[in-house]
Write a protein of this length. Structure first.
Length: 211
């Protein structure tokens, strides 16, 4: 097994120490930082995302893998900057006003990072105005809105309307998700896409970039 293949496997197992050691070994062997990132770290997280979607692994495994991925990316970052490697795209994510749930949001953030996105996390209980400010300041490709309650999902509509009122609607794709949210609701409020789970959200965001 090559160093890159071992790295891909170590990420899926969430073995942070092994991930860091394999990155160092790969760099010593002259493997390009971009290959370590794409074929090692991101491929590993992507494969885990598929298994997560198929209920073969669960949240604890994803959290471990995400930690390993983040530590590995931190170690590689200076080399990637030297090599001129840029993020695939940029996403702003947050849970809407009145909603304090963050597990789903955090999983989506991890899957987006695992797909090569730079992610700006606004946290929970985020107002429509704060989302609009972030779109202005960060110029993301994708805006991800999470709502875990039937009482707060209406806030997703408020955010879409606020982005439109600010004249920014054609500048960003809006993705919605959360337990009570449906494809019909997504269409009704004028969002661009709905994802039923974190892995699908990352796949959809990637597809939106490629369109």
């Amino acid at each position: 097994m090559t160093t890159v293949e071992s790295l891909c496997e170590a990420v899926q197992k969430g073995k942070t120490k092994d991930v860091l050691a394999l990155i160092e070994a790969g760099l010593d062997e002259g493997v390009a930082p971009e290959e370590l990132l794409n074929e090692g770290l991101l491929k590993g997280m992507g494969l885990l995302g598929v298994r997560f979607k198929n209920n073969e692994v669960f949240v604890p495994e994803v959290l471990l893998a995400a930690r390993a991925l983040n530590k590995g990316t931190e170690l590689l970052k200076p080399k990637l900057i030297e090599a001129g490697v840029e993020a695939k795209g940029k996403a702003v994510i947050g849970t809407v006003l009145g909603d304090l749930h963050d597990i789903g949001k955090n999983l989506v953030k991890m899957m987006l990072e695992g797909s090569g996105f730079e992610v700006v996390d606004l946290g929970v209980d985020v107002s429509d105005q704060r989302f609009v400010e972030a779109v202005v300041a960060e110029a993301p490709d994708v805006l991800c809105l999470s709502a875990l309650l039937t009482t707060t999902m209406g806030q997703q509509k408020t955010v879409v309307a606020a982005v439109e009122a600010a004249g920014l609607r054609d500048k960003v794709k809006i993705l919605v998700g959360g337990a009570p949210v449906t494809p019909n609701f997504c269409a009704e409020i004028g969002a661009d896409g709905y994802a039923p789970d974190a892995a699908s959200a990352a796949e959809l965001a990637t597809a939106m970039l490629e369109r």
